[in-house]
Design a binder for this molecule. Structure first.
Ligand code: PHE
Ligand code: NA
Length: 456
């Protein structure tokens, strides 16, 4: 086949896949999602979603990319001429995500600089407040250095890495970003656990509210988290695995990626809630009162807590926001690569042109998010993307592969041909039953429930 770029090493691929998976979703999204959806009880639907949808789909996507050696649209086209659109749909979702994901990374970059002299001040909500009031680009004044410049830096790094290609760009970047991220984050978690009140926070985080399991929304949240967090149904994992050499251990790699991502997520939850417990103790409030959902947690509550830190505030603040930046960049790179690869495969253009076109377009749109008080839109986008975009794309994906094109068996054989961990016996049945029945049933029910509640 054509000379497709390849990863240099197996570790390079795993780090890149983990780099895509481990992102803002782990640090910024998971802790509050778990807390709001049953605390300790959330782990049940979460684990269920991981084991019956997350990892089985990851294996499926790795196999598709490896077997058909194409970006998502090309791989689906090779699976069956009729389904190229499925790949483009997923590419489109990834594209939309990239436009707001970049903005959050830019904020984190600003905040890591603010942290150096605690220049977010005592009223830590002021920045976002000011931000929300900006109605027109003309009123943007003081925010230019705080938002636009970091956003341009985010795009410069992302496009710079992508220009350099798969092995010299993406692989090298992840080999630096991911180990650095793990080190920074471990320092944060150890410090967090030794704060006064940490236990209080952990207690609130892990306390199970079993009643929550009866609510459909909680299951939707668990599946949404798994899909977003593992970057599945976004065409990304298909794209990354299309750069794997012929002899690659797909199944094993999928397990490593899936478990690393969840381990990081758990670590983030422990870190974030230890810190919230500290805050609750300082203020003599309950953890529930100090927690905030969405962007407020990272960008309002955290600076406030850092202000009250016993020592080394600046260092701690910097480490926290720098780790958000590292986690975010390695994911953003994967999101943009997805449509770069799609465009390249389809129109046979050079990588440089595809990066300029795809990345450039997303960069321009993200500037609109950044300048038009797009924060409100951001929460709305996140809500719909996760529910309708991702869950629906995931549902259609399994129905197409398993029930319409009927390729589950050949894909299973393909995975077994190259992997040490064989999908036979129990593992084989687990994989097939998860993809053929459990995932479509749960997702189908979820969509039905969502449509019903949205009509009410
Ligand atoms: N998985 C990333 C995270 O947890 C986000 C992401 C979503 C990355 C979609 C790529 C595609 O933050
Ligand atoms: Na993730």
């Amino acid at each position: 086949m054509e000379n497709r770029p390849q990863w240099g090493t197996r570790a390079g691929f795993i780090l890149a896949a983990c780099g895509s998976a481990i992102g803002l979703g782990n640090i910024w999204r998971f802790p509050s999602t778990a807390f709001e959806n049953g605390g300790g009880a959330f782990f049940l639907p979460y684990l269920f979603a991981l084991l019956t949808a997350g990892i089985p789909l990851l294996i499926l996507e790795f196999t598709l990319g490896h077997k058909y050696r194409g970006s998502a649209p090309l791989s689906y086209a090779r699976l069956s001429k009729k389904y190229e659109w499925l790949g483009w749909w997923q590419v489109a979702i990834a594209f939309i995500i990239s436009t707001y994901y970049a903005v959050i990374i830019a904020w984190a970059m600003s905040y890591s600089v603010f942290a150096l002299n605690l220049s977010w001040g005592t009223d830590t909500g002021a920045f976002l407040g000011e931000y929300l009031q900006v109605a027109a680009p003309g009123e943007f004044g003081s925010l230019v250095p705080k938002v636009l410049i970091p956003l341009l830096i985010v795009w410069a790094i992302t496009l710079g890495v992508l220009f350099k290609g798969v092995k010299k760009g993406i692989e090298v970047a992840n080999k630096i970003f991911i180990p650095a991220l793990v080190i920074l984050f471990l320092i944060i978690v150890v410090r967090a656990l030794t704060l006064d009140g940490a236990v209080l926070g952990l207690d609130a985080f892990f306390k199970p509210d079993w009643q929550a399991l009866k609510s459909g929304e909680v299951w939707v949240a668990a599946y949404g988290q798994i899909f977003f967090s593992l970057s599945i149904a976004f065409a990304i994992m298909v794209t990354y695995s299309s750069y794997l050499p012929k002899k690659s251990d797909i199944t094993n790699n999928a397990f490593i990626t899936g478990f690393s991502n969840s381990a990081f997520e758990l670590l983030a939850g422990i870190g974030v809630f230890s810190i919230l417990g500290f805050m609750a103790m300082q203020q003599d409030m309950s953890v529930k009162e100090v927690v905030a959902g969405g962007v407020g947690l990272a960008f309002v509550v955290f600076p406030e807590i850092i202000n009250q830190f016993p020592a080394f505030k600046e260092v701690f603040g910097f480490l926290f926001f720098a780790s958000l930046v590292l986690a975010g960049l390695s994911s953003l790179i994967s999101i943009v690569e997805t449509f770069v690869a799609g465009v390249q495969d389809k129109f046979n253009v050079s990588r440089t042109k595809a990066v300029l076109f795809g990345g450039g377009l997303s960069a321009v749109i993200s500037l609109i998010f950044a300048t038009q008080g797009g924060l409100n839109f951001l929460d709305v986008a996140d809500y719909f993307i996760n529910r309708f975009g991702v869950a629906l794309a995931g549902l259609v994906q399994v129905i197409v592969v398993v029930w319409l094109v009927k390729q589950l068996k050949p894909l299973q054989q393909h995975a077994n041909l190259v992997s040490d961990i064989k999908l036979t016996g129990f593992l084989g049945s687990w994989w097939k039953v998860s993809l053929a029945f459990i995932t479509p049933l749960v997702l189908g029910f979820m969509m039905f429930d969502l449509i019903r509640t949205n009509i009410d």
